[in-house]
Design a protein around this ligand. Sequence first.
Ligand code: PAF
Length: 285
Amino acid sequence: MKIISKVDELRKQVEKFRGAGKTIGLVPTMGALHEGHQSLVERARRENDVVVVSVFLNPTQFNNKEDLRTYPRTAEADAALLESCGVDIAFMPTVEDIYPEPDTRVFKLGPIAEVMEGAMRPGHFNGVCQIVSKLFMMVEPTRAYFGEKDFQQIAVIRAMIKQLGFNLEIVTCPCIREADGLAKSSRNVRLTPLVRKIAPNIYRVLRDSLAFAEDHTVEQTHDWVVATLNAYPEMDVEYFSICDGITLQPVNAWDESDYIVGCITVYCGDVREIDNITYKKPENL
Ligand code: PAF
């Protein structure tokens, strides 16, 4: 595995592979790698001749300085994991390598980027689009891999790809969970032992809401999920949106769309956890 930090060197290496007709799979990450990332890398490994993983804690997508400051940084362990997964290139640049000049681009992606995370974390998706579009331009991957835990991020990246005309396939992979159901996340290491015990209730309540929804309205289901989770003193639901799985706009009735998901963000102590559940999905999606 080559560890590369310079953009010119990255371009040189991937151009060599592309020139030889190889397919290139890109897995963008912010490091602090866990089994969720590993599943993306393994899928990329199975589906491409060459696998590039970027490890870059992108400052422009953090609207909260404290979140950036406390984000776990585990570069050595990350490199070891990527090596063991058979990755060809680990791209580990510095902030100056990626942003030699401030990135002043503003992405206007419409309502899809304005709800939920877009509303709660102003500038977050703009930063995500800045870094992901740069990585796409640098690597020109055949395929790029993203986890379904960040449901809205995938929709936003798809919209950005359409707007900018990138020619690549987005591959999405299921959320990987701890044995007790908590979605794997780099931020989980920041949960206190007590809050770590309670956090799996997010997914438990989301799953229970599937049965609840069978004989309750969207509004009743929404309110039940929020009230059940908020009953834990350590938890505070920031938002729960039962929405169309494509447009991400809230739905008012179960028959309003044939693709309906529930997207949630919950403060567990001071750690922000996000998760989602699918209520309805057409087979062809
Ligand atoms: O999902 C993440 O880890 C980040 O948002 C991404 C896609 C790597 C961009 O920094």
